[in-house]
Design a protein around this ligand. Structure first.
Ligand code: SF4
Length: 487
C-alpha cells in the first residue's frame, strides 16, 4: 500500500510550528508522509491559533474549504489552541472535523488517527458510509475527540520531523503562569512546566550529532524557565553552550518580569548566544500595563533595555505592542508611540486589540471605535518602520556571518540565511546572479545548474558584506575569499 499523505497548515506562533514538527514525526511512525498539497492528503490537519479573532475565522475558512476539496475517504483533524480552548464540543459543532486533539495531548495524535481510520472502515463495512463519500451524513463520520485539561506528569518524548536540517526549535518550557487580561494562552497551554536541563541537553547533543547548527529555545515565557525546578535560563545557556557543533543559540519569547540582569550578562558573555532579544512591552503607559496585568512598568522595561544596550550596544531588540486595549486613551496610546522611539526597536509586531473568549478584558467596555484603532495602528506602524529603517542602517557595509538555510524565496538565484542577530539575509553570489543560459541550454537546465552550484552552501556559515538594509531583511554579497567560515 502506498504511504499515506498528511498535510498540515500551521497558524500562529513558533510553539505551533514546533508542535507541527512533532506531529509530523509521530505520524511518520504510522506511515504518513508529508505533502504540500491538501487535495492529495489522506489526513489534513489544521494546527490552529486562538490569539486573535481573525485566526479563529481563518480556522473556519480552512476547514470549510478543505471539506469541499477533500480526497474521498480522507480525514480532517483540528489541533492547536482553538481545539484546546473550545474542547470536545467543537467536534459536535463542526461536523466536518473527524479528529480533535488538544495542545496537552498531541502525543496521542497517532492513536486518535488510527481510531478514526478504524471507525471509518467500520462505517463503510456496515454500509453506513459509502467508500467514496465525502460530504453529508456528518453525524455518522468517524469523529474522534480527546482534549486533556493539563499536560501529563511526564511529558512523553516523541519523534520530531524537523523542517530545516540546520535550524531546530527546542521547547524548554511549556505554558505560562501569568494571567495577562487579554491573553488566552494560560487557558490553551496551561501552567508553566520546565523541562529538566539534562533532557534538553541530551536533545541538543543529538541535534548536533545530526548536523544541526542553530537552536532556538522556545517558551511562552522563556525567561521563566527553571523557576519551577530550581534553575534558570542563564544556567541552561551555560550548560548547553559547550555542545560541539552547535554554532548559535537563541531564545524566544522573553517576559520583562522574569528577565534578569544575570541572564543579560550571560548572553553578553557567551559567544554562541545570539545578541537577540524579543521582549514584548505591549504598551508604553503604566496604567494600560496595569490593566493588562503585565506586572511591570515602563521604567522597569527601560532599565532592562538600558542594561542590554550597555553590555551589547549592537544587540537586536524586537517587541510586540497591542493598540486600542479597552479604555486606552489617545494620550496613553501616544506613550506606546514614544516608547518605540525611545527603545529604537529593530522590529516591532503591532496588532489591534482583539477580545478573546474566557479572558477578563473581553468583558470590559471598549469605547474606542474601529476607525480610531485603525488610525492609531497606522501611526504606530509608520513610526516602527521609521525607527527600524534607521536601526537597520548600522548593518550597511559590515561583514556578517550568515548560516545559509536555502535559496531566497523571491529569487532562487540568491542564497538565504540569517545573521547571528536573526535578521533574514538574501545573498548574491558572484557569477550566479547574472548567469545566462549556455548555448543550447534551456531555462530549466540553467536553473538546475544554478541549484547545483548553490546547494553546497546550504548549512554552511559564510561571511557576507551587507549591501542593502531594510527593516525586514538584508541584502548581501558573498565574500568569496572568506566563504565557508566554519566549514
Ligand atoms: S505572559 Fe501574558 S501574554 Fe505572555 S503567554 Fe503569559 S499570559 Fe499570555
Amino acid at each position: 500500500m502506498p504511504p499515506k499523505k498528511v498535510f498540515i497548515e500551521t497558524l500562529g506562533c513558533q510553539m505551533n510550528l514546533a508542535d507541527t514538527e512533532r506531529m509530523l514525526g509521530m505520524l511518520d511512525e504510522i506511515d504518513y508522509s508529508p505533502t504540500d498539497n491538501q487535495n492529495e492528503a489522506d489526513l489534513a490537519i489544521l494546527n490552529s491559533c486562538s490569539i486573535r479573532e481573525h485566526a479563529v475565522h481563518k480556522m473556519h475558512s480552512y476547514i470549510g474549504k478543505w471539506d469541499k476539496n477533500r480526497k474521498p475517504g480522507s480525514l480532517i483533524a483540528l489541533a492547536g489552541c482553538v481545539a484546546q480552548q473550545e474542547g470536545e464540543k467543537l467536534i459536535r459543532d463542526i461536523r466536518t472535523i473527524d479528529i480533535l486533539v488538544g495542545t496537552h495531548n498531541i502525543h496521542r495524535l497517532p492513536d486518535l488517527v488510527l481510531e478514526a481510520e478504524r471507525k471509518r472502515r467500520t462505517n463503510i463495512e456496515n454500509g453506513v458510509l459509502g467508500a467514496e463519500e465525502n460530504r453529508g451524513m456528518h453525524f455518522q463520520r468517524a469523529q474522534v475527540a480527546e482534549i486533556w485539561e493539563a499536560l501529563p506528569e511526564d511529558i512523553p518524548e516523541v519523534p520530531i520531523h524537523r523542517k530545516s536540517k540546520y535550524h531546530a526549535w527546542v521547547n524548554i518550557i511549556y505554558g505560562c503562569n501569568y494571567k495577562c487580561t487579554y491573553c488566552i494562552v494560560p487557558k490553551t497551554r496551561g501552567e508553566q512546566r520546565s523541562r529538566p536541563i539534562a533532557e534538553i541537553k541530551k536533545e541538543i547533543q543529538q541535534l548536533a550529532d545530526e548536523g544541526f547548527k542553530e537552536i532556538m529555545l522556545l517558551g511562552q515565557n522563556v525567561d521563566g524557565y527553571g523557576l519551577d525546578i530550581g534553575t534558570s535560563l542563564a544556567q541552561l545557556l551555560r550548560e548547553i553552550h559547550p555542545v560541539n557543533g552547535i554554532e548559535r543559540i537563541k531564545f524566544l519569547t522573553s517576559h520583562p518580569c522574569d528577565m534578569t540582569y544575570e541572564l543579560i550578562e550571560t548572553v553578553a558573555e557567551l559567544p554562541k548566544v545570539s545578541k537577540y532579544f524579543h521582549i514584548p512591552i505591549q504598551a508604553g503607559n503604566d496604567e494600560v500595563l496595569r490593566r493588562m496585568a503585565r506586572r511591570y512598568t515602563r521604567a522597569r522595561y527601560m532599565e532592562l533595555i538600558s542594561y542590554i544596550r550597555k553590555l551589547m550596544p549592537e544587540a537586536t531588540i524586537t517587541g510586540d505592542i497591542i493598540v486600542g486595549f479597552p479604555g486606552e486613551t489617545h494620550e496613553q496610546f501616544m506613550d506606546s508611540v514614544s516608547v518605540v522611539r525611545e527603545i529604537g526597536y529593530d522590529a516591532c509586531n503591532t496588532a489591534v486589540y482583539s477580545p478573546r473568549p474566557y479572558t477578563p478584558a473581553a468583558d470590559w467596555d471598549d469605547p474606542i471605535s474601529a476607525a480610531e484603532k485603525n488610525d492609531r495602528i497606522r501611526l504606530l506602524n509608520a513610526v516602527c518602520t521609521e525607527v527600524a529603517e534607521e536601526r537597520a542602517k548600522r548593518y550597511l557595509d559590515t561583514v556578517q556571518e550568515v548560516l545559509i538555510e536555502g535559496l531566497s524565496q523571491r529569487n532562487p538565484r540568491r542564497l538565504m540565511g540569517r545573521i547571528a542577530d536573526n535578521k533574514t539575509t538574501n545573498i548574491d553570489v558572484p557569477s550566479i546572479t547574472d548567469a545566462s543560459p549556455r548555448p543550447g541550454e534551456s531555462e530549466e537546465e540553467l536553473n538546475a545548474r544554478i541549484y547545483k552550484d548553490l546547494e553546497p552552501y546550504f548549512g554552511q556559515t559564510v561571511k557576507v558584506k551587507i549591501t542593502k538594509a531594510n527593516p525586514w531583511a538584508l541584502r548581501a554579497e558573498l565574500q568569496k575569499s572568506l566563504c565557508y567560515a566554519h566549514s
